[in-house]
Design a binder for this molecule. Structure first.
Ligand code: AMP
Length: 306
């Protein structure tokens, strides 16, 4: 069970009543009158596809026979001794939401995964969210249209953030201890402000994506303190730490491929849009009030002390 995301098992639990009790009982070979029994049903319904898995379940069944028959299977005699495969219509009721096995980069705007996707591996990163202030969206639109005119089509970020970690791969069963460790370590960290006003071009390690970002000008020291705390947790879980000499930034937009050199050619022109902003040079201000940890499709928040 260790590798089945909780959410997944929960969704199965909540779906169980939709299956007539008798049919479910016949499929799993147990009475569904107790929680324990329904747990056995969950395992069968979600993971019992392979030989080794059904063998493991069979061993669990064998173990149960060593105890008095408190919850004796009621209709065992009615079903064949060998487990029947679940009908496709039942399997389709429990889609594997977090672990799709198809890799289609067109579904992700042409982005390519930096690491192999495997069941039970959760892409995880830690960041400070940036909630756009007045004037930001208009400014971004102007920057993107100028870049477009230069032949570089940029896609704006769906949400804005300042990264405090690399994207690392966390095993599902480490999520809880990992976030607990992080929460404890961040307990005494104080809230602060930082600002950013200079454009810079970044690319990911694989050079498969290029980003237009705004680099932090004030708050660097406090951000380094936060990275030290995050890195400590990363190290304890044997995960990669952040850049030794990070360039803290908020990415504004991105494109596929390595267009670093091309974008540097007109970066100064983009910068002038920011510097000549109608009410004086635009300065992105980020209220560092809470850290967030995104792991798979789960999010955890870690508020900083006032
Ligand atoms: P982000 O918007 O935080 O995801 O950052 C965009 C990309 O910038 C990521 O793929 C980072 O790996 C990359 N990057 C490259 N150099 C640096 C650096 N010195 N500090 C922080 N991020 C960097």
């Amino acid at each position: 069970m260790g590798e089945i995301p909780h959410q997944h098992t929960r969704s199965i639990q909540s779906s169980l009543p939709k299956i007539p009790g008798l049919i479910l009982s016949m499929l799993v070979g147990y009475s569904s009158s107790s929680e324990e029994d329904s747990e056995a049903g969950e395992v069968t319904a979600t993971t019992c596809q392979s030989e080794s898995c059904s063998q493991k379940l069979q061993e669990e069944d064998d173990d149960k026979e060593h105890f008095p028959a408190k919850k004796k299977p009621r209709i065992e005699k009615l079903v064949p001794q060998k487990r029947l495969p679940l009908p496709g219509c039942l399997l389709a009721m429990f889609p594997d939401e977090e672990d799709p096995h198809t890799e289609n980069s067109s579904l992700h705007g042409g982005r390519i995964r930096s690491f192999k996707h495997e069941r039970g591996n959760w892409a995880t990163y830690i960041y400070l969210p940036y909630h756009p202030e007045e004037g930001f969206e208009e400014l971004l639109e102007e920057l993107l249209s100028m870049a477009g005119a230069k032949g570089v089509v940029l896609t704006p970020q769906e949400e804005f953030h300042l990264s405090l970690s690399q994207t690392v791969v966390l095993r599902h069963h480490w999520i809880q201890p990992f976030t607990q460790n992080l929460r404890a370590s961040l307990a005494n960290c104080k809230r602060f402000w930082c600002s950013a006003g200079r454009l810079k071009v970044y690319s990911n390690a694989e050079r498969t994506r290029t980003f237009l970002g705004m680099e932090v000008s004030t708050g660097h020291a406090q951000l380094l303190d936060l990275v030290r705390v995050v890195d400590k947790t990363m190290t304890e879980f044997q995960l990669d730490t952040f850049y030794k000499d990070p360039s803290f930034h908020v990415s504004l937009a991105w494109c596929v491929g390595d267009l670093t050199e091309k974008m540097k050619e007109f970066l100064q022109e983009l910068q002038s849009v920011i510097d000549e902003h109608e009410e004086g040079p635009f300065l992105l201000r980020l209220d560092c009030a809470e850290l967030c940890c995104r792991t798979g499709n789960k999010s955890f928040r870690f508020p900083l002390e006032l």
